[in-house]
Design a protein around this ligand. Sequence first.
Ligand code: UD1
Ligand code: MG
Length: 469
Amino acid sequence: MAIRATMPTSTSALSFTETLSLLALSVACFAVIANTFQGDGAPLIASLAFSGIAFATSYSMIRWLGPTFMKAGLKGKDMSKAHKKEIPETMGAVCAVVYLLAVTIFIPFPFYKDIVAATSGGGNRDVVQTIENVQTGRFLHRFPHNKLAAYLSAILTIQSVSILGIGDDLFDIRWRHKFFIPGIASIPLLIIYFVDFGVTHIVVPIPLRPYLGELLQLGFLYYLYMFAIAIFCPNSINILAGINGIEVSQSLVIAVLLALNDCYYLLNPYPHPATDSHLFSLYMLLPFIGVSLALWCHNWYPSKVFVGDTYCYFAGMVFAVVSILGHFSKTLLLLLIPQIFNFLYSVPQLFHIVQCPRHRLPRFNSRTNLMEPSVTEWQYPPKPIISVFLKLLDKLYLLRVTTNQEGQITESTNFTLLNLWLVWFGPKREDRLAMELLAMQTVVGFLGLFIRHNFAMVLFEKDNLYGVV
Ligand code: UD1
Ligand code: MG
C-alpha cells in the first residue's frame, strides 16, 4: 500500500505523501457528498463517501494520538518481537469515535426526505405517502421514518460497547467479568427491538415443519438468543487475538463478506422483503470498513499500534447489531465459523477445567524469529481424567502434550486456534501465521455464504421469504 510504504516509523506526524493522499481522498469524498444534495440524492453513494472520510480521519488521528495515548498509560508490549517495544494500545477507541460520528452525521441521507416529504413536515404524520409511492417512486432506497429508531438503537449499543471497552482497556478487567460487558451494551438494542418490531418468530426448516409448524414463536427465548449473539461476537474476536494484525484483519474479512452478501440482495428487483435490512447493514458496514482499514495500516505486522479490547468489542458489536436488526444472524454465524471453533476449543481453559494463563498467544522464539505454540506448564501432574482427556486430544492431533519419563504430562499447548495451527503446520513467522489464518477465514466465509444461499432453498423453500431466515 502506497500510504504504508511512506510511513515514518519514529514520528507521529504524517509524511508529505500521506498528507497529500489523505487530503485528496477527503476532498473527493466531500465533493461526492455535495453532489448527492443535487437531485434526489443517493444515500449509498453518500455512505461510501462518508467511509472514505472516516478512513482519512481515523488514519490521521491514530497517528497523531499515539503519543498521547502512551502518556496516558494506554500502551502495550509487543511480546512477539526480539525487542519487546511498548506501543500505543486502545486505538480502536479512535476508530469507534470516528465511526459513531460518521454514522450519526449520515442520518439525514437515508431519512431526511422521508421525514419531511412523506409528511407535512415538522414531524407531523398527517399527510403520509402511500407505501406504493415510497417503493416505486422517488423514495426508492430511502428508509421509512420508523427505521430511525432501529438505526439509533444500533448507534447507542455500539457507543455503549465502545465506552465499556475503553473501561476494560483502562482497568484490565478479569476475563470472567468482562465476558458479560457486551451483554450490558446490547440492552438498548434489545429494548428498542421490543418496542419497535417485537418479531420473535423464526421460520422452521422444512424437515421439522410437521412437528413445529411453518413459523415458530420463540418469545422470550428470541431475546435470549439475541443477547447471546451480542455477547458472543465481540468476545470471540477478542480471543482470536495476540498476533499483529489478526483482530482487525479478521474483522475486515467478515465485514467485507457481509457487505458482499448485502450487495447480492440489492441486485434483486426492489421491493424484495430483505432489501431494506441489507441496505441498513451496508450503511453500518461501509464506514466500519473505512475506519478498520485505517487501523489495519497501523496494526499489521510489524504493529505500530495495538487495537485494544475496545476495537474487538466495537467490531463484534457492529456485526451483532446488523445481523440482529437485519434478521440474518445465522448467516453471520456461518461467517464466524473460525471464531466459533476457537471459542469451543478454548472452553477447557475458559472454564478452568485446564489452567488458563493470562496470555495464551503463541510464543516467540527469538533464536529462530518464528512463532511456536505457547504452552501451559503442569507443575503437578493433572488429575487422571484430565490427563486421559489431554492425551486423547494429542492422539487426535488437536493438542500437543509433553510427558516426562514416568508418562506424566509436564506441558500442554494452549487451547487456541493460533496455537493449534502452529501444532499442525509447524513454527512460522508472525505475519505468515496471520496471513494463513486470514486465507482460511476468507475461504470458510465464502463457503458459508455458498451454503447459505444454496441450502437455505432446501431447508426453507425460499431464500429469505420472510426476511427472518
Ligand atoms: C485475549 C486472550 C489472551 C491473549 C490476548 C492477546 C483469552 C481468554 N484471552 O486476552 O489469551 O493473550 O487476548 O491479545 O483467550 N499483544 C501482542 N501482540 C499482538 C497483540 C497483543 O503482544 O499482536 C499483547 C500486548 O502485550 C497487548 C496485549 O496482548 O498489550 C493485549 O492483551 P489484551 O487484549 O488485554 O488481552 P485479553 O483480551 O484480555
Ligand atoms: Mg484483547
